[in-house]
Design a protein around this ligand. Structure first.
Ligand code: AMP
Length: 541
């Protein structure tokens, strides 16, 4: 039988896990015997790549042939990596990382890796999720589902899906901060709200240490800041040493940093003062997300889970305890929790496939009967999920959806938000509007997305420069002679996968218009086949 694997396809590291015959999620170490594999790809030649530690080392010697942090480019069709006169898209590069994980796990376990659940950040939009799924397909994997990292972390943490509870996942990584509020009841795992800052992470704490060193260095040596900034060797050295100093301060009360023959001492207390604005920023974003959850009726929390390497800084736990004294706060194993949670979800999914609206973004999983029976055996014996039925994951949309309409108060066309980010999907919103002038025969529909929450703007009118058009079209012709203000109904429908469709109608005449929003930043079927061919010709070390 074929096992079900969970893959954490991370920005800096990736990890693969499965649920063993005792119902325990275990990580499969890679060929180099490490539980995590750097998400770095080295294009040694046109048909040979290495992924992981060796690729990371090649960053020093042949940086132009090494691709790292490709996850940030998922869903960006503009991005291309060039190596040995060949072009590689983000999906293809990610597929090489997935192939390395699958190949090593398959060698270790002596069986093929086929069925997988892959994770992505909660803030990933449809384009990025679809790109992640395509990466799995290019790697020749059967992608059962793409699930959110915080949801996976919560599942692996032993979330008891039968007991109603609300968990907040505070995830501070190297380059991003995410906070996700998850509600669990009766086998349904629902993301209530998600937020954060995708440009805030451990790197900013490193930069604060580096800047402190530079200020001290300049004061002592009579040099200017610009002199230091232009000294590339010193800056490269400071980059590494500031992170080391930061990590040391998680264990020690003070540390010393030496560069260019100059030594600076930094205490944990000073470090915490230097970086308090960064930490406060995470607290503010946490409150913003809690306010979104409150709007949906979620106001009390059973637990805060800390995920991400930067939560090892003692200031994080201390500050959160002070801010939320009544909520228990616990650490989650940052390296393996996400992959393990994905594996648990995969077993549950294969054992008890959900149907229709209950099915998650990937729909019902397609696995062999043998795999399904084996998954059922594990799930029932060891109570994976409830051990009885499908865990259903419900998601929210990460962007607000707006429509262009004339404001009757001043007769000016404006973009009004109608469905707000963090709305649980599937969701339908019906809007009743009137025609603008007598004898109007066409109704123009223009749909936009944006980042504003409910109530963030007066009358929820979105500034045009902040709105991205998704689609537009005309409904008509309407019967002639209709007066201004004739009723037009518009349904905005978002399905469980987050795909948006618009149905407008003039109820009296039955004239209708249907519009769908196509994913714009995803590989076409033709490109997908080409990528599969391209990867077939590459051997992975
Ligand atoms: P992640 O993306 O979750 O792997 O987190 C990576 C970030 O965690 C980097 O900025 C690391 O410097 C930071 N990090 C890892 N270990 C520690 C530690 N012991 N103390 C402080 N920061 C850490």
């Amino acid at each position: 039988m074929s096992k079900i694997f969970g893959i954490d396809l991370g920005t800096t590291f990736s990890c693969i896990a499965y649920v063993d015959e005792y119902g325990k999620p275990v990580v499969v170490p890679n060929r180099e015997n490490s539980p995590v594999t750097p998400s770095v790809v080295f294009f040694e030649s046109a048909d040979n790549v290495s992924v992981g530690e060796i690729a990371k080392q090649a960053l020093q010697s042949e940086p132009e042939l090494v691709c790292s942090t490709i996850k940030r480019q998922m869903g960006n069709q503009e991005f291309t990596f060039f190596a040995h006169d060949k072009e590689y898209k983000p999906e293809t590069i990610s597929s090489l990382i997935l192939s390395k994980l699958a190949k090593d796990a398959s060698e270790k376990l002596g069986e093929p890796v086929e069925n997988v659940v892959i994770t992505c950040p909660a803030y990933f939009g449809l384009d990025e999720r679809e790109a992640t799924k395509k990466a799995g397909e290019i790697a020749g994997l059967n992608v059962l589902s793409i699930i959110n990292e915080p949801t996976a972390a919560a599942i692996s943490y032993g979330l008891d899906v039968q007991n109603a509870q609300t968990v907040m996942v505070y995830d501070l990584g190297g380059g991003t901060f995410d906070v996700t509020i998850i509600k669990v009841a009766d086998n349904v795992i629902e993301v209530v709200a998600t937020g954060g800052d995708h440009h805030l992470g451990g790197k900013d704490w490193d930069n604060a240490v580096r800047d402190y060193f530079i200020d001290e260095y300049c004061r002592e040596n009579g040099t200017t800041r610009d002199d230091v900034l232009n000294d590339f060797e010193l800056m490269a050295d400071l980059e590494v040493k500031s992170e080391q100093a930061k990590v040391q301060l998680s264990e020690r009360e003070s540390t010393k940093m030496k560069a260019n023959g100059y030594r600076v001492e930094l205490s944990r207390e000073q470090f915490e003062t230097l970086t308090s604005n960064l930490l406060e920023n995470t607290i503010q974003k946490t409150h913003d997300t809690m306010a979104e959850a409150q709007r949906k009726g979620v106001g009390s929390y059973d637990k805060i889970l800390l995920v991400g390497g930067s939560t090892r800084m003692p200031q994080v736990m201390k500050r959160l305890q002070a801010e939320f004294p009544n909520i228990p706060i616990e650490y989650c194993d940052p390296d393996a929790a996400v992959a393990k949670g994905a594996a648990i979800y995969g077993v549950n999914m294969a054992a008890f496939p959900a149907k229709g609206d209950e099915a998650d973004a990937a729909g019902a999983p397609v696995v062999s009967q043998e795999t399904q029976e084996a998954a059922q055996e594990i799930a029932r014996t060891w109570g994976i999920g409830s051990g009885q039925g499908a865990m259903v994951i419900k998601n929210v949309i990460s962007k607000s959806i707006a429509l262009q309409l004339v404001d009757p108060e001043d007769n000016v066309e404006k973009i009004f938000n109608f469905i707000f980010k963090n709305t649980t999907i599937p969701h339908t919103e019906t809007l009743r509007a009137g025609t603008i002038v007598d004898n109007q025969t066409q109704v123009h529909l223009a749909i936009f997305e944006n980042d504003y929450s409910a109530g963030a703007l007066p009358k929820d009118v979105v500034p045009a420069e902040d709105a991205k058009e998704l689609t537009n079209g005309d409904m008509g012709p309407l019967p002639s002679g209709l007066p201004a203000g004739t009723l037009i109904e518009i349904d905005l429908k978002i399905d469980a996968q987050g795909l948006l469709a618009i149905d407008a109608r003039h109820p009296d005449s039955g004239v209708t218009k249907h519009l769908e929003v196509q994913l714009q930043n995803v590989m076409s079927e033709e490109q997908l086949q080409e990528a599969k061919e391209q990867v077939k010709g590459i051997s992975i070390l």
